[in-house]
Design a binder for this molecule. Structure first.
Ligand SMILES: [Zn+2]
Length: 696
């Protein structure tokens, strides 16, 4: 039984870890199990190791000209859950002990999960913080500050602050839009929290998708590694990233159970299970001195989830309706879509029928994060006597983690890494290949198959490709290209517009109404979505749930809500929330010079002007050298190059004559401006202009 009144005796103080139910799998202190797959080098995207050492520099290549004050727009909606998820263990099943590998190939010793709620084995405690924050404290009010996730699908993060206690909900990343050239990820701006980091009591993660956990390794060090709380699979995924970033010694990872209240400062937080496309997805109940709040996390309602996903805690949602919930943070992703999402079971049944009816080889592409779906695919391949071969690093990594933690179940010798696949020895009718790349990602396994460049799989006539996902906005063109190429190679392609081979992990309108009617909040704050999605939820709640417009807050990232005395009111205050861009090892922000320069380079190329001068006299020595890259076609370049050299020479002479003491930077800036004017007026092009002065 769950409820506010019954929670006292179960209440757990995280500082007193002995009350935590142990989450340690049985095998953790025993011999480590072998990995299913050979351990690989970390993914470029996830690890700072081995990445380009190109750094985001504050120093512009050339002084900004009028054209170079352009700006990159904020990222558009991006892939919500890119690579990564996992599946939970079915209810009532004990964690497996020692597991055998899928195959007997060589492999590094596997890691046992490091996270634990056993105080004796927990990671070192929080490092000392640097004195109390000077930031002002607001008394007697709860402050609610969304730091990401409100103008995008991605980088979800929110802070709740009551006097000198702050908790954080989720810490996601976002994939960059096309115009964020060369950027790996976008993460939330946590400047506000950095100024108050000694007040942060904990980070509460709803589930293991990258738009909820992906920012952790980038942000954690900025906040002095506050403890992270989540369910076990979510923590397994966080643990993986923590390890890739070599933060094991600092991170404090605390696994929690659903329905067990945690007292953290002036907050009491209780996780409850919701249905989603990944096991261990949760919503949060947050009891505060200003009232009770509920956060749905990502959810849908599914009566018949895959066998490795535990059912939602409907009893908790129902009981909340009687507890005067002040505010509900509700996800909005599918608020424009009428009806109810199809159950995962229906998708499983469709896939089952499909696989049964196909004689040839099957290649099935899905999100690596669809852990429920992956369990169904494994079960179906076993049922129809097909060996499953897995291709794609994120898919392999997720299956590995999920099986180790007891969230994916399959007998030995049924699932193999793609390296084990021998096309000439394995009858096509006995093969199912599971791959990544359902969004047409250029470097994915499916894309490589479509280009005939996959080292182990050559698509051919007789193959059936099943794309078990739906296109995310913006990815359609890339997906069509992959499908075109696969068809050209003779394969038959089946996707969600042909058969029900996919269902969303996010609630549609009927389910959103159901959730709001369960919780019965006084105030509604739509989260997790572009503005138009959140506005759709607002209209739905007004019309179907009778929540007045004045009690629904449509916020922007950085807006501040104040809660107290039974009200949630919008403050005039706004916290800065830039787009923080991750690029290899570097970090910058939206509008930074490097991105502006990349955009100019991508559209207009570059002009490098080498001005040779005499060391002693400073006199220019002949015409400057002009080197162009990506600027003009060769047949027209000679004349233009000469003209630019002449203009640059004149510009140098002019400024030196006018101002004999001119600094080197000013001279270069002047040359750059003069040449820029020429290319703009005469050629209608604005390349990146880089004047260099060489003494000899
Ligand atoms: Zn999700």
């Amino acid at each position: 039984m769950f409820g506010q009144n019954s929670s006292k005796k179960n209440e757990t103080n995280p500082e007193n870890q002995k009350n935590f139910p142990s989450q340690r799998p049985d095998n953790r202190d025993k011999k480590p199990s072998k990995p299913f797959f050979k351990k690989r080098a970390p993914e470029k995207s996830a690890s700072p190791q081995g990445q380009s050492n190109w750094e985001v520099s504050d120093q512009p290549l050339a002084e900004p000209s009028r054209q170079q004050t352009a700006r990159p727009q904020r990222p558009q909606a991006a892939r919500p859950h890119a690579p990564k998820p996992h599946a939970p263990k079915p209810q009532g099943e004990k964690p497996q002990g020692k597991k055998k590998p899928f195959h007997k190939g060589p492999g590094l010793p596997p890691r046992g999960p490091r996270f634990s709620n056993n105080a004796a084995t927990r990671i070192p405690s929080k490092p000392p913080t640097k004195g109390p924050s000077k930031a002002p404290i607001t008394h007697g009010k709860l402050r609610i500050i969304p730091l990401g996730g409100l103008n995008e699908i991605g980088k979800n993060m929110m802070a709740l602050e009551y006097e000198d206690d702050i908790i954080i909900i989720d810490m996601g990343l976002e994939f960059p839009s096309d115009e964020m050239l060369g950027i790996d990820y976008v993460i939330p701006d946590v400047s506000y929290l950095e100024e108050r980091k000694n007040r942060i009591r904990g980070i509460f993660i709803t589930h293991g998708h990258l738009d909820h956990i992906g920012g952790i390794p980038y942000i954690l060090p900025k906040l002095d590694f506050p403890p992270i709380y989540s369910l076990k699979l979510t923590m397994g995924l966080i643990d993986q990233r923590i390890e890739e970033f070599k933060q094991q010694k600092m991170a404090q990872l605390r696994v929690v159970e659903p329905k067990v209240p945690l007292k953290i400062g002036k907050f009491t937080i209780t996780f409850f299970r919701v249905a989603h496309s990944i096991p261990d997805a949760c919503g949060l109940i947050i009891d505060t001195p200003a009232g009770k709040l509920v956060h749905t996390g990502d959810f849908k309602f599914d009566e018949t989830p895959p066998r490795n996903i535990q059912k939602a805690d409907i009893d908790v949602m129902e009981s909340l309706g009687k507890q005067n919930v002040l505010g509900l943070f509700c996800e909005s992703t599918n608020a424009l879509k009428p009806g109810h999402t199809m159950s995962e079971k229906e998708v499983g049944d469709t896939l089952d029928e499909l696989v049964k009816s196909i004689d040839g080889r099957i290649i099935l592409a899905s999100f690596a994060s669809q852990i429920g779906r992956i369990q169904q695919i494994i079960d179906i391949s076993i049922k129809h006597n097909r060996k499953l071969f897995v291709s794609g690093r994120s898919m392999i990594q997720n299956i590995e983690i999920c099986r180790r933690l007891g969230y994916l179940h399959f007998p030995q010798d049924t699932v193999h890494e793609i390296r084990k696949y021998k096309a000439d020895k394995q009858p096509d009718s006995q093969v199912l290949i599971l791959t990544t790349g359902s969004q047409g990602e250029a470097i994915s396994a499916l894309s490589r198959i479509s280009h005939n460049s996959h080292p182990h799989i050559k698509a051919k006539k007789g193959d059936t490709i099943i794309v078990s996902s739906s296109p995310i906005v913006g990815n359609e063109r890339a997906i069509f290209t992959v499908i075109n190429n696969l068809c050209f190679l003779g394969a038959k392609v089946i996707h969600s517009q042909i058969l029900d081979v996919h269902t969303s992990g996010h609630a549609k309108q009927d389910e959103l109404i159901k959730m709001i009617n369960y919780i019965k909040p006084k105030y509604l704050i739509p989260v997790h979505g572009e503005y138009f999605m959140r506005q759709a939820l607002q209209m739905l709640a007004q019309e179907k749930c009778k929540i007045p417009e004045s009690n629904i807050h449509l916020l922007q990232n950085g807006d501040v809500l104040n809660a107290g005395q039974g009200q949630i009111i919008r403050s005039k205050e706004h916290v800065e929330t830039k787009y923080i861009l991750i690029d290899g090892l570097g970090e910058g922000h939206s509008g930074s010079q490097v991105l502006v320069e990349r955009e100019i380079l991508s559209q207009n190329g570059a002009l490098i002007i080498l001005v040779h001068i005499a060391k002693k006299s400073g006199q220019i020595k002949g015409l400057p050298d002009v080197i162009s890259r990506g600027f003009i076609y060769m047949h027209e370049s000679d004349e233009i190059t000469k003209e630019i050299a002449k203009i640059a020479e004149d510009a140098y002479r002019r400024i030196v004559q006018k101002n004999p003491g001119a600094k080197r930077g000013d001279i270069k800036k002047y040359i750059q401006q003069v040449v820029d004017r020429y290319t703009t007026d005469k050629l209608e092009r604005r390349p990146l202009i880089v004047p260099l002065i060489v003494e000899s």
